[in-house]
Design a protein around this ligand. Structure first.
Ligand code: 5GP
Length: 186
């Protein structure tokens, strides 16, 4: 059976957003799942497009009512993927990409062993730190919190199906295409 659900994780600032955007431009039949989060929107982010921005109470309500396929806390905020959304896409025969953190990715794998986990790794820790600071979207305390998460994420990435290094955008995109096509040819 064709693989339908691909989970892509990577440390903050690793450039996974850019890699995924480029992949989607070239593979337009893939849907990118829209997650829920309790974090505040960044400049330019739109509710329902980048995320569904929920209050802490709304998010808790979804947890209590078992609405999430997976959810995780990341750098002080909560993020989650709605079961209903994924089920609907799969029922419609769509291929889906989830861009979620490594804790969430391992939960998805447990519940849906047919999912394929791909980790995008930075060329080095220093490169990652520079990229994170360079985007000027977070304050210093937030950056510190995110860097601490990086080490734990690298450890969890050992359980992923694939690891790719994002030292070159085009090459990283080609590698993802190769993995996805390879899985579907298998
Ligand atoms: P950001 O705040 O930079 O948009 O996202 C922070 C982290 O949360 C990223 O690693 C991103 O992949 C992750 N994330 C986004 N949506 C979800 C989700 O639905 N579930 C989980 N577990 N992580 C998510």
């Amino acid at each position: 059976m064709d693989k339908k659900l691909f989970v892509i994780s990577g440390s903050s600032g690793v450039g996974k957003g850019t890699v995924i955007k480029k992949f989607l431009e070239r593979n337009s039949h893939f849907m990118l799942s829209v997650s829920c989060t309790t974090r505040a929107p960044r400049d330019g982010e739109v509710n329902g497009v980048n995320y569904f921005f929920l209050s802490k109470e709304e998010f808790q309500n979804c947890i209590d009512n078992d609405k999430f396929l997976e959810w995780a806390e990341f750098a002080g905020n909560r993020y989650g993927t709605k079961k209903k959304y994924i089920k609907q896409c799969l029922d419609e025969g769509k291929d889906i990409i989830l861009e979620i953190d490594t804790k969430g990715a391992l939960q998805v794998k447990k519940q849906m062993p047919e999912s394929v986990l791909i980790f995008i790794a930075p060329p080095s820790f220093e490169v990652l730190e520079n990229r994170l600071r360079g985007r000027h979207t977070e304050d210093e305390a937030t950056i510190q919190k995110r860097l601490m998460e990086v080490k734990e994420e690298l450890a969890r990435a050992e359980h992923f199906d694939y690891k790719i290094i994002n030292d070159d955008l085009d090459r990283a995109v080609l590698e993802i295409e190769k993995i996805i096509n390879g899985e579907n040819d298998a």
